[in-house]
Design a protein around this ligand. Structure first.
Ligand SMILES: Nc1ncnc2c1ncn2[C@@H]1O[C@H](COP(=O)(O)OP(=O)(O)OP(=O)(O)O)[C@@H](O)[C@H]1O
Ligand SMILES: [Mg+2]
Length: 309
């Protein structure tokens, strides 16, 4: 790989820096025991459309792996009735639950296998990562990007993670201007009514208005109370954009964590500041982009797909 290409690759790796093996792996694992027959592995692979079966002991510790090529060999030798133990690979290359995205990628690159078992410290099998799992994780990450302004320029260049639609117009506009939390939440209440009149289903309207409420409250509590709440609702999707004028979120990864809050005691006494707002937004939205930074305005865009329910 040329130096230029590796620099480019590093930029993208930064985008995935909060992904580890445990967040990528499939946890529905089909495993067999060493005493099972090779024929059982063949059936399992066919039924589940998988290309390799991990072999575990009675405590679910990984002891081997049987791949399609091993099955083919066994077929040719007429050994389908033999135990898995006699044909499985024993020195399996596996990953640990906390391995980084970079480690996982280099594993695929170095060993050229289509799948890797994921084990805990004691060797217990907890999941499998296939190339499809990696691809899905990449796609999911692109759907939830939390970027500091500086990191955005570094990783995304001129590509904008925000949708272009708002440049022309919006279907719903509400100017957030709240002093002392008096009318806090009014914008999202109005958005809810607007979405209902547009004919969106109950469930997607609930998700969108709960998230809009959390974002609006954050503007009122953490960003001086001035901002805007806009929405575009068409073609089965609702895009909600909430923007304020700062002071911004210094560390978005931290702010996304459940229970992390900078709310004052006075705010907590009013029942806010549990540090759950952004975590809920992430949970209930289908696509989330947050762009912020120290002393920057915060832009938060959420997309809700009506067809998902
Ligand atoms: N628009 C914003 N401007 C500046 N800081 C923000 C903004 N939104 C969130 N934050 C920061 O991120 C932290 C986490 O936000 P989050 O909404 O998850 O929790 P919270 O608002 O503190 O508590 P809760 O939402 O449970 O009432 C906030 O405490 C604040 O420091
Ligand atoms: Mg909040």
């Amino acid at each position: 790989m040329s130096l230029e290409r590796s620099v480019e690759a590093l930029r993208y790796l930064e985008l995935f820096s909060n992904l580890d093996a445990s967040g990528i792996m499939s946890t529905t694992v089909h495993a067999l025991h060493p005493e099972d027959r090779v024929a059982a592995a063949r059936i399992l692979m066919r039924e589940k459309s998988i290309s390799g079966v991990p072999i575990v002991d009675a405590d679910f510790r990984l002891v081997g792996l049987i791949s399609v090529s091993k099955i083919i060999e066994a077929l040719a030798d007429g050994r389908l009735a033999d135990s898995v133990d006699s044909v499985m690979v024993r020195d399996v290359i596996s990953l640990h639950a906390h391995d980084t995205f970079e480690t996982i990628l280099s594993c695929f690159q170095r060993f050229k296998f289509g799948r890797f078992p994921v084990v805990e410290e004691d060797g217990k099998l907890v999941g499998m990562i296939t190339d499809t799992d990696v691809l899905s994780a990449i796609i999911r990450s692109f759907y939830s990007v939390y970027v500091h302004d500086q990191r955005r320029t570094m990783t995304l260049g001129s590509f904008s993670a925000l949708s272009k639609e708002f440049e022309n117009s919006a279907d719903f506009v509400y100017d957030i201007s709240c002093i002392g939390l008096e009318n806090a939440g009014e914008g999202s209440a109005r958005l809810k009514v607007f979405l209902q009149t547009k004919g969106f289903g109950e469930s997607v309207v609930r998700r969108a208005s709960v998230c809009a409420y959390e974002a609006e409250m954050n503007v009122c509590i953490h960003a001086g109370g001035q901002g805007s709440l806009r929405a575009i609702a068409r073609n089965g999707e609702i895009i909600v954009r909430v923007e304020d004028e700062g002071p911004g979120i210094e560390n978005i990864d931290l702010a996304m964590k459940e229970g992390w809050s900078t709310a004052t005691d006075a705010i907590r006494e009013m029942g806010f500041g549990a540090g759950m707002g952004l975590a809920n937004i992430r949970r209930f939205s289908d696509h989330l982009v947050i762009i912020s930074g120290k002393d920057k305005p915060t832009k938060l865009e959420m997309i809700f797909l009506a067809g998902k329910e």
